[in-house]
Design a protein around this ligand. Structure first.
Ligand SMILES: *Cc1c(COP(=O)(O)O)cnc(C)c1O
Length: 388
């Protein structure tokens, strides 16, 4: 039974070119990149700085604005808690922190955790297409606000927020603007200057790099100040202590370099694969609904509802297909996706929704099989349920 991997939104495979760059750093160029007393240490540091340049270029930043972390979860925590705590320490009176209801759990929980420190979390709702209402954002900003976090593209639905117009509203109100770019970076055009971002989080394993490494963009002009999360040796401009994983970082850099050169080609291919899938399902008379149909979406994340066929049953019927019902983090619990619920889907509709996320290595032949398998499974599940 040939497996088909359709869960690239949870994690992408490492590109072979990324592995080739990492291989020598595991065993040969293993020195501590902070050991500047010898040549091997300096070479490891050079590999880190080269990678920093590639990651910066991918999002239009200066290399000095890139702080390496263990991933986007840490970057989001550092951005939100670090900025809030620094402002509090300076005696800044702005206590409101705003995030969107469909943000990743690590953003929502960071914002909510700050309530214990005297901040006021405000969670903005979204419309049926997963988008933030600019007027609601403006209303929320009527109270002096420290920081607003708005993701560029959602990990369950692929929905892109209109970050440039929402960002303008945030900046007019004088709040800091953070964006979780974990799904967007390397998949769509992102320029931290054009978007006027203060803080932005990225992750290597969502762009065909290794797991366990990511970065936080921290704007230099005007400089955004953060309180670090960790005490230690003061690496990464004092913002993130700990020995840098030079091997993973070199892989991240290569993944970012490739993404910058190839994201448009990937995007065209994924758009064609999505169309092929929808066509294949229609050909087989399989009723389906695309969640957030009217929003601009990443072509590689499809939130697909098969009416009358619960997603958990579809997944049981198709062990050869790796897909999920929502984000990887929440798929273990039985509660319907909070992202889809925030968009106004009722619990049944949310439970009938699958997340299909093809990636760089998905082929048209895979999609032919996916359409066949899904159409068959949907029909079987619906038939079983109607005879129960
Ligand atoms: C995967 C993901 C994260 C978490 O990234 P890690 O590097 O796995 O910690 C955060 N936000 C979004 C939108 C994601 O897709």
């Amino acid at each position: 039974m040939q497996e088909i991997y359709l869960d690239n939104a949870a994690s992408t495979p490492c590109d072979a070119r990324v592995m080739a760059v990492m291989a020598p750093l595991f065993a040969e160029e293993f020195a501590n990149p902070h050991s500047d007393t010898h040549a091997p240490g300096k070479r490891a540091a050079e590999a880190v700085e080269q990678a920093r340049g590639h990651v910066a270029e991918l999002i239009g930043a200066d290399p000095r604005e890139i702080i390496f972390t263990s991933g986007a979860t840490e970057a989001n925590n550092l951005a939100i808690k670090g900025a809030a705590r620094f402002r509090m320490k300076q005696g800044d009176g702005r206590k409101r922190i705003i995030a969107v209801a469909t943000e990743h759990k690590c953003v929502l929980e960071s914002v909510r955790d700050l309530a214990q420190e005297g901040f006021e979390p405000v969670i903005l709702g979204v419309d049926h297409n997963g988008r933030v209402d600019p007027a609601a954002l403006r209303d929320a900003l009527a109270v002096p606000t420290a920081l607003v976090s708005i993701m560029a593209a959602n990990n369950e639905t692929g929905v892109m927020q209109d970050l440039s117009s929402l960002g303008r509203i945030v900046k007019e109100a004088g709040a800091l603007l953070h964006s979780d770019l974990a799904q967007a970076a390397g998949k769509m055009a992102i320029d931290v200057r054009a978007l006027d971002l203060d803080l932005a989080s990225v992750s290597a394993h969502k762009m065909y790099g290794p797991k366990g490494v990511g970065a936080l963009f921290v704007r230099r002009r005007p400089r955004v100040r953060l309180e670090p999360l960790f005490s230690g040796g003061g690496q990464e401009r004092g913002l993130r202590s700990g020995t840098l994983p030079s091997t993973l970082i070199a892989g991240f850099g290569e993944a970012a370099r490739i993404a910058r050169a190839e994201w448009q080609a990937d995007d065209h291919r994924l758009t064609a694969l999505a169309q092929q899938l929808f066509h294949g399902l229609r050909e087989r008379q399989t009723p389906f609904v695309i969640n957030a149909q009217e929003a601009r979406r990443l072509p590689g994340i499809i939130s697909l509802r098969l009416p009358g066929a619960p997603a958990t049953r579809i997944m049981e019927a198709l062990p050869e297909m790796a897909l999920s019902v929502g984000s990887a983090c929440s798929s273990a619990d039985l509660a319907p996706s909070y992202v889809l619920t925030a968009m106004g889907l009722n619990p049944t509709e949310a439970a009938e929704s699958l997340r299909l996320s093809p990636g760089r290595f998905t082929t048209p032949a895979d999609i032919v099989r996916v359409a066949e398998l899904l159409a068959d499974a949907a029909q079987r599940v619906r038939a079983e349920r109607s005879t129960q």
